[in-house]
Write a protein that binds this ligand. Sequence first.
Ligand SMILES: [Zn+2]
Length: 82
Amino acid sequence: MGIQKKRMFCEEEVRMVLAERQTPNHILHLLLSVVTAGFWLPVWFLVALLGSGSYKCPSCGARVLGYVPKKYKQQMAKAPSS
Ligand SMILES: [Zn+2]
C-alpha cells in the first residue's frame, strides 16, 4: 500500500494539514495479474477504482476537506499563525 499526501483543511482542528490516504500497491497487482495469466486484472481494476481511501487528518484522524469553508476562513484569518 502506498500513501498519497495532500494539503487539505481539517474541520476538527480548524487548520490546514498535510492529509494522507492509502493507495493500492500497483506493483503487487501487476505481479498477481502476470502470475494468474490476467485473471487478477478485474480485481486490480476494482481496487484501483475503489481502493483509494479518503484523505484523513494525520493528527486527529478526522476526514478533511479540499477547501476551507467560508465560516472558517474568517476564523483562520483572525487566529495568529502558529
Ligand atoms: Zn485534524
